[in-house]
Design a binder for this molecule. Structure first.
Ligand code: HEM
Length: 472
């Protein structure tokens, strides 16, 4: 009764034959034209509700009682079997223990995101190494993927264990492999089939081998971290803080954080931090290479706030509104986490005026919201000035334009790594603008980055390309 409209599909299979699960956002964009801001469909025995309007999304995730009801996650194979019965943050549904865990990890990521004094030196080392890589490649046609990868993986290593060992070290190859496996396992296609038929994990199938490999790689990573954490070293990361939390007791004398939680949280971090940041930086480099005037303005900003004689610091970020607007517009334009992370409701509710049954999977369709002409003038054009006022200052978070931006999600499940991600993106781009100008490859045109042509996946990635870094 009063259910949302939407495509019908077949019993149990639903619309599975009509969609490519890796390009689901494109089909949902198309269906929005047909069915409107809120619609529903069925796939592999699950009901999905797609939210395509900012207003409805804000109501659903920010206003009580909806915000609490809709903060759940749907059961997943990855959460249940790989992450030891949802011992993590991302895949677990709310409970009092989960809330404590999320707050704890949020605090850790904020502290490291904003920069704690003991880590400034490590961050500086990462930047110096990164600048060295750019210098080695100056004026050559270069594929920036490797440089970006090494920078991001170094920041993740530093976050976890307090120092970076570089791309030949013991951690980076495992972190990278783990991320690839996580993406192949946790996508709605593979996870959906394994969730519906979990016994398949015992059969010698390609999808079950992804699961077994992910388990083994994650265990190897944890074993390496345990060995490294015993080394006598001043620099420590969140691994050490989590180990200390194992001994803590809550007000009733009970342990609230255990080894499985460390396992889950570390899996979340390697999965959530790498491809998201990589996609943002690689897209920004491609976009800037085509816009020399914008680079000049960024260089003026960086010169006046940081100058040329010292490395950028995390505290400089707030003084660079144009850089902030460029990053936000990159995130809006590419919307490379097009469906954010799927939510679910814990009880029957009303969304956008429609009745929605309990245990429906909720899709926050940021791809459609970020590319809707209803909200954005010329949505498939890159215009950082959307986020600036007449004086070139960043619009306040309460401005209607900022309220339409949802790349990190909203409310109780919003990204807890936002500050960490934005601060590392700032360090990378400001260091780059300080020393170099990004140019198209010698004698060749770099194709425009079109978000509709990104490599599909849970997190969309730009196609490979080449640029030149010219010394300023
Ligand atoms: C550009 C970079 C990033 C983007 C665009 C991004 C985006 C997102 C999105 C869309 C969600 C889900 C929101 C929802 O469920 O409603 C999320 C959740 C999450 N992110 Fe990020 N993220 C980024 C970087 C990071 C980094 C660097 C970390 C950690 C170091 C991180 C850790 C997490 C965690 C732990 C969650 C789960 C929160 C929960 O389920 O309660 N993210 N992120």
């Amino acid at each position: 009764k009063n259910g949302p409209p939407g495509p019908k599909g077949y019993p149990f299979f639903g619309v599975i034959f009509e969609v490519d699960v890796f390009r689901l956002h494109e089909k949902l964009y198309e269906w929005t034209q047909q069915y409107g801001d809120v619609f529903q469909f069925q796939m592999l025995g699950k009901k999905f509700l797609c939210i395509n309007s900012v207003e409805v999304l804000r109501e659903t995730f920010l206003q009580e009682p909806c915000a609490t009801i809709n903060a759940y996650r749907s059961p997943t194979f990855t959460g249940k079997y790989l992450l030891k019965n949802y011992s993590d943050v991302i895949f677990a549904s709310p409970s009092s223990l989960w809330e404590k865990r999320r707050k704890f990890v949020y605090r850790l990521l904020h502290t490291y995101g904003e920069g704690i004094t003991s880590l400034e030196n490590q961050v500086l080392q990462n930047l110096i190494r990164f600048k060295g890589k750019i210098r080695q490649n100056i004026s050559k046609d270069v594929n920036p993927f490797e440089i970006v990868d090494e920078f991001i993986l170094s920041t993740i290593e530093t976050l976890i264990i307090g120092r970076s060992f570089g791309k030949e070290g013991p951690l980076q190859p495992l972190l990278k492999l783990e991320e690839e496996l996580a993406n192949r396992l946790a996508n709605p296609g593979t996870d959906g089939v394994l969730r519906a038929f979990p016994f398949l994990r015992f059969l010698p199938l390609p999808m079950s081998s992804i699961y077994h490999e992910a388990k083994s790689v994650h265990q190897q990573l944890l074993d390496k971290l345990e060995t490294l954490s015993k080394e006598d070293c001043e620099d420590t990361g969140i691994y050490h803080t989590m180990k200390k939390a194992l001994k803590e007791r809550d007000e009733n004398g009970n342990a609230w954080f255990n080894d499985d939680n460390i396992y889950g949280v570390l899996f979340n971090i390697s999965g959530a931090a790498y491809l998201t940041t990589r996609g943002t930086l690689l897209s920004a480099i491609n976009i800037l290479a085509k816009r020399l005037e914008l680079q000049k303005s960024l260089q003026r900003e960086v010169d006046s706030v940081i100058g040329r004689n010292r490395e950028p610091r995390l505290s400089d970020r707030k003084k660079c509104p144009l850089m902030e607007a460029v990053v936000m517009e990159t995130l809006r334009y590419i919307s490379h986490v097009p469906l954010l992370v799927l939510h679910a409701n814990s009880q029957s509710t009303t969304i956008g005026g429609y009745s929605v049954e309990k245990d429906t999977v909720i899709i926050p369709n940021s791809w459609t919201m970020h590319h809707s002409e209803k909200y954005w003038d010329d949505p498939f054009s890159f215009k950082p000035e959307r986020f600036l006022d007449e004086d070139g200052q960043l619009l306040p978070a309460t401005d209607p334009v900022r309220k339409r931006f949802a790349s990190f999600g909203l409310g109780k499940r919003s990204c807890i790594g936002e500050v960490f991600a934005k601060s590392r993106i700032f360090l990378f781009l400001s260091s780059l603008m300080q020393m170099a100008t990004i140019a198209e490859p010698e004698g060749k045109r770099l194709p425009d980055l079109d978000p509709r042509k990104m490599i599909p996946g849970i997190v969309l990635q730009p196609q490979e390309y080449e640029v030149r870094f010219l010394m300023r």
